[in-house]
Design a binder for this molecule. Structure first.
Ligand SMILES: [Mn+2]
Length: 431
């Protein structure tokens, strides 16, 4: 790192100040869990092994449809973004991978980029294509769609871009491509609903054919926005049908904000797992729609219920089950580094809570039609404060007992504000 970096000395002194309280809390929780037959050491090791990818766009301040209020010391380019991602992982030890986006993260030497990331202990997860906005000097516009556009020349351009993303991803060591398209219509009659989906499937088949043998492609559905009458890949049913038609390398990606209000997302997750088609997640939270709020900030119980399905699948050895975990949030009013630290912790919390569900007790209650008893098994896990386990996992992995407090004590943002003079056109915020 060329500029300021949080020193080992600061990390150690911040941890030392919190160590005795953590030891006390960890011991008390370990005793409580042991009474339930749960080994806190095993649980801590599981938490240490959990990781979620940071989206490179997430470390910049996001915006709304109305405005973007840039924060001080924002990353100016890809290598600044890497510094911020490295800092998040250094403190949280929960974000060992990056999910890049093209063309926003375009650079001239991807082998060098991979080396710089590796120097920070970071690797690359799924690459994201972008056919939802036009790029300078682009031959055709995506105003009326991309992979499902009525004009074959536009579709060909969008297909070529996705294949370019695969080529870049191979150089970065990635093994998956995430495709989300903004295609749809705003007026009844504007688009032939059947033909638009047929064109999407034909385009995706060409992208699918370009996938290396060990790659997967994730299809991300979204109910609405920017199209407000119909969206070509609108829901998990459409996504599942497309993934089944394309073949085994195609799986569905669940963005928690891309569903109808009040939809039972954990049941969708269970269905996709049942058919070996759950590819991964874009974690965030929402109150109304695709709000891209911080994971676990609005509905932590729902997040827990999603992880409950994931653990259930893991324990029963569900086939084709290797979901990729990514955050996909827009940080408008917080320091993005703090939001991403907290979100990674919230995912670990839901994961740990799901791991301590008494599954034998749950199965007994379900078999006996004991509705409340079954519910209480889940609530007992959800209401357990696993914070000491999470903090101990971070400490043992070399991170911070209190990541946000340590980050604030370091004055990282203040240092970056002087190192990074503001520039125009920082890309941030994604679907
Ligand atoms: Mn998303």
């Amino acid at each position: 790192m060329t500029g300021f970096f949080i020193s080992e000395d600061l990390l150690q002194s911040e941890n030392a100040a919190r160590r005795s309280v953590l030891d006390e809390d960890f011991a008390a929780l370990s005793r409580a869990l042991a009474r339930r037959g749960i080994d806190s050491e095993t649980l801590t090791r599981s938490v240490m092994a959990f990781g979620v990818a940071i989206p490179t766009w997430g470390v910049g301040t996001g915006g709304t449809r109305f405005a973007r209020f840039p924060g001080p010391g924002e990353p100016r380019h890809l290598f600044d973004k890497l510094e911020d991602c490295a800092t998040i992982h250094r403190l949280s030890r929960a974000t060992p991978t990056l999910s890049p986006h093209f063309p926003w993260d375009t650079t001239s030497d991807y082998a060098a980029l991979r080396d710089v990331a590796a120097g920070y202990g970071l690797a690359f997860d799924a690459v994201n294509s972008n056919t939802f906005q036009d790029q300078p000097n682009q031959a055709h516009s995506y105003k009326f769609g991309s992979l499902s556009h009525v004009d074959g020349a536009v579709r060909a351009q969008a297909i070529a871009h996705n294949i370019d993303c695969i080529t870049i991803g191979r150089q970065l060591g990635s093994e998956a491509l995430t495709v989300w398209i903004a295609d749809g219509s705003n007026f009844a009659g504007q688009s032939n609903l059947t033909q638009a989906f047929d064109r999407y499937l034909e385009s995706m088949a060409e992208i699918y054919a370009a996938l290396p043998g060990d790659w997967r492609v994730f299809l991300e559905h979204k109910l609405y926005e920017p199209a407000f009458y119909s969206t070509v890949v609108s829901d998990w049913g459409t996504s599942l049908a497309a993934a089944q038609e394309l073949g085994p390398k195609a799986q569905c990606l669940v963005d928690l904000g891309h569903h109808a209000p009040n939809v039972n997302i954990e049941q969708i997750v269970a269905r996709l797992i049942r058919f070996g088609k759950l590819g991964g997640f874009h974690f965030n939270d929402s109150k109304y729609g695709d709000d891209d709020l911080d994971a676990g900030s609005i509905e932590p119980f729902r997040l827990f219920l999603v992880f409950n399905e994931l653990i259930d699948a893991e324990l029963r050895g569900a086939k084709n089950f290797a979901p990729a975990y990514m955050l996909d949030q827009s940080h408008n009013v917080t320091d993005p580094i703090e939001s991403l630290l907290q979100s990674a912790i919230e995912l670990q919390r839901a994961y740990a809570q799901a791991l301590i569900v008494d599954r034998a007790g749950l199965a007994v209650a379900q078999a006996a039609n004991d509705a409340l008893g079954a519910h209480l098994e889940l609530k007992r896990a959800f209401t357990t404060d696993v914070s000491p386990i999470l903090a101990m996992a971070r400490l043992r992995a070399g991170g911070a007992i209190a990541p946000i407090e340590t980050y604030r004590a370091s004055n990282y943002r203040k240092h970056k504000t002087s190192e990074r003079p503001p520039v125009a056109g920082t890309s941030a915020g994604i679907v």
